[in-house]
Design a protein around this ligand. Structure first.
Ligand SMILES: [Zn+2]
Length: 276
């Protein structure tokens, strides 16, 4: 059994190595992959997606309000919207908010609302890192990761046609259940595959927007250096694969990362806008 596992590991290493040497990485091709998304959720149309997201966002905001700093919020929105217009859903009502929480986390809500905590922002060093994290969250929206998880979970917990009731009657008890389920999801987390996909494609979006592609890996290194005992990062560790595992999964992307590495990190602008 051990030999078999070792063999599998070697085979994987060989594949990773082959990808490592891939000479001409076509970033536009990868962005096209980002563009071909969002067809799988048939039952929930875009206005419903946006409405569900609004309800979930207001519950999340009830738990942690926005930082009362208009300049900071405007800055994070500018960076986020610049990233979002590089994607296939530029017309969603994208909005980005910094939550007044010392915890280290970021969330994407269906329909284009993205939150990042003050605790995570304080541990960043430049705008490329911010772009990497926002890029990751944008992918969750593009790929409808949360929407699909909410839909899947709600269908098993809401009997019969309660799901369509929840969509139709925005003030009824079925709707309440759906939104409660959607909010709870942020303490349970998504599938690991969704998180790793968000890392890969988030990096592509940040690179396409002109940033140093190492922004997200650099944040993952910061997270990796934090103690698992640190309560500020407990929820992030509970809901995401370990940072080391996420970094290892990105190794195959090294040629892309290197090709888009010596681009702006915008540390000065970040300090001027995001530090209070
Ligand atoms: Zn994520």
């Amino acid at each position: 059994m051990k030999t078999l596992l070792l063999f599998a590991a070697l085979a994987f290493a060989a594949t990773a190595h082959a990808q490592f040497r891939m000479p001409n990485f076509d970033i536009n091709k990868m962005v096209d992959t980002v563009k071909n998304v969002g067809k799988a959720v048939k039952e929930i149309d875009e206005p419903e997606e946006i409405a569900i997201g609004k309800d979930v966002a207001s519950r999340l905001l009830g738990a942690a309000p926005l930082v009362a700093d208009a300049r900071l919020q405007r800055y994070v929105n500018q960076v986020g919207r610049w990233l979002a217009v590089q994607t296939e859903r530029p017309d969603l009502p994208w909005q980005f908010g910094v939550l007044d929480s010392p915890n280290v986390n970021a969330f994407a809500v269906p329909g284009g609302t993205i939150f990042i905590t003050r605790g995570l922002l304080e541990r960043m060093r430049n705008e490329a890192e911010l772009a990497g994290v926002l890029g990751h969250e944008i992918v969750h929206v593009l790929r409808k990761h949360h929407l699909k998880a909410i839909q899947k979970g709600a269908q098993s917990s809401l009997a019969g046609d309660a799901m369509s009731m929840a969509l139709k009657d925005r003030a009824g008890p079925a709707r309440d259940k759906l939104i409660a389920f959607g909010t709870e999801m942020y303490s349970r987390g998504l599938d690991k595959g969704d998180e790793l996909e968000a890392d890969r494609l988030g990096i592509v979006i940040a690179a396409r927007a002109g940033y140093d592609a190492y922004g997200l890996p650099s944040v993952l290194q910061t997270l990796q250096a934090m103690s698992a005992q640190d309560s500020a990062i407990a929820l992030m560790f509970k809901t995401h694969p370990a940072p080391g595992e996420r970094l290892a999964a990105l190794e195959a992307m090294q040629p892309t990362l290197d090709a888009y590495a010596s681009r702006p990190q915008l540390a000065d602008r970040f300090r001027a806008q995001a530090r209070r």
